[in-house]
Ligand binder design. Sequence first.
Ligand SMILES: Cc1cc2nc3c(=O)[nH]c(=O)nc-3n(C[C@H](O)[C@H](O)[C@H](O)COP(=O)(O)OP(=O)(O)OC[C@H]3O[C@@H](n4cnc5c(N)ncnc54)[C@H](O)[C@@H]3O)c2cc1C
Length: 572
Amino acid sequence: MNISQAERRRVDVVVVGSGLAGLLAAITARENGASVALVAQGEIGRSANSWLASGGLAAVTGIDPDDSPEHHLEDIRRTARGLVFEDIARIFVDEAGPAIRKLETLGVRFHARDGDLALFPAPGHSLARSVRCEGGGAVGLMTTLIDVASERDVQLIGNTTAVEVLKSAEGRAAGILCRSGDAWQIVEAASVVLACGGMGKLFPVTSNHELADGSGYYLALKAGAVLTDLEFVQFTPTSLAWPLEVRGTSTGGGLMAQPGVKLLNANGERFMSRYDPERMEASTRDVLARAIFREVSEGRGTEHGGVHVDMSEADRDAVAQVSGRFLRAIDAMGIDPYSERVEVAPDVHFAMGGVVADVDGRTGVPGLFAAGEITAGLHGATRLNSNGLSEAAVFGIRAGRAAATESAAAQTWSCDFDSRHRVVHAMIAEDPRHIDGQHRTGVIRIGPVASGVGEAGGNVPALKSELREILMDGAGIERRTETITRALTRHAALRDQIDTVLASATPTEAFSLDGMYVLSGLILQASRLRTESRGAHFRADYPAQDPTWDRHIAFVCEPATAGDTQFEEAAQ
Ligand SMILES: Cc1cc2nc3c(=O)[nH]c(=O)nc-3n(C[C@H](O)[C@H](O)[C@H](O)COP(=O)(O)OP(=O)(O)OC[C@H]3O[C@@H](n4cnc5c(N)ncnc54)[C@H](O)[C@@H]3O)c2cc1C
């Protein structure tokens, strides 16, 4: 890897990610006296799930005297199904309200009522405690924060991909190596904050941003951080499966409950009569998602892996009220949903698992912090509506503050590019923040850092598509031993092909492809190991929740040793 020509800069804190967590981490680190650079793939802010969000943030704001942090905590515990990190959830419910107030002081505008914030109900919450950004989405929130970051001299570096966390000889995070176009960049920093968001693009259909391929998890894993709860992936049932340009756009949760809206499989059957004859399309999200998944996996799916929505008998006014974004998307494609059938499929919406961190985002690797969707712990087995943006706000602020404080101890940068193969080990832990002495099994190999030195992309897009299909097959909505094993076998068989392509791909492509390969393998492994159903993880062969599984599956990456040669077999 030739990085001798790399442009270098040095700051106290470098933040990777320009979503809500990253922007707030950067702004808060500046407020605490640090010099800050913020690096993001794509355009600053726009390349983030935060930009696409509907704009609801759950918090106890003190407006409703009947609400309290305890109530919010209870709601989280109920949906997390025993896997919440209590200290993180406690801090979250206490600080979500103050985080909203901080956003207001930064200039973010929320819907108001009677001179204060208006509160809206959100599914799963026992009380109305969601505030909503003005403008019907989170774009206003994001543009305000980008302006604030810019005014406060955060160095905003867009269209740049972080491909490696650099470490000092002592093992402390010391900056990041990035690729911007054809050039390398090194940002040296005493503290590194990963605020890289989710991993929806590991799956074929997702509401996530085009760049949400989970590369942040891969960065963290390679740097030595622990990942956990990766099997918990939240699906929503009906997003556009086609046309490609609007794939992943949700129909809106309320559409299926509208009279006259029907779901049909490729044979034209109204298949919900087999799954929920009483409620039909108005069934719950999990039943709908599983029904569609089963229709597709049993060969009754449409051309692009979904089912049809027939709205020919629907009430147009009622549909317009619940599905504005969906209608605009298909209108832009020249489709009339009232005369043509539209293909929909379940989409991946949110990753509950991720990087293990403490309440200040410390990952266990000195100097390396994580905040926002990339982290695990708050949501356990399922995320509660509107808690994603609040999570990014609370822990973005905390990580930014801690990163600035710790950067005060100046570091000397040095980095040894590790050309050894490494192995990711799986373990089952009561508490993934204390994994010393846990029994470990090697499950997947990671290639040398110096992958991706060529210029040609090879068949990277085709391999990525195949990985997505494999992951959906094994770790889709309904999982079972047989399909997971089949997916793992197909996944292992791709290793050599991926290695060949990595050698000739551009560094950014190589990083993205390798990361997708590793992460999809880990999600499959976690889905295989958890022999129960809980929250978003549904095993058809183990349909009940099992109290012996009140534990976490964790992964950590270490240099390969002679004893790791059998890991491929262990993966089967
Ligand atoms: C369609 C949709 C609607 C939603 N609506 C809501 C809602 O109303 N309320 C709610 O609470 N939650 C909602 N969510 C979830 C919520 O949007 C996320 O939980 C939240 O935005 C995550 O913020 P974040 O800052 O952690 O990550 P993101 O906003 O996704 O930001 C991640 C950033 O990291 C960058 N990045 C990643 N990897 C790299 C790399 N290797 N190098 C450089 N940069 C990198 C990305 O480009 C991006 O800038 C929604 C999600 C979606 C997809």
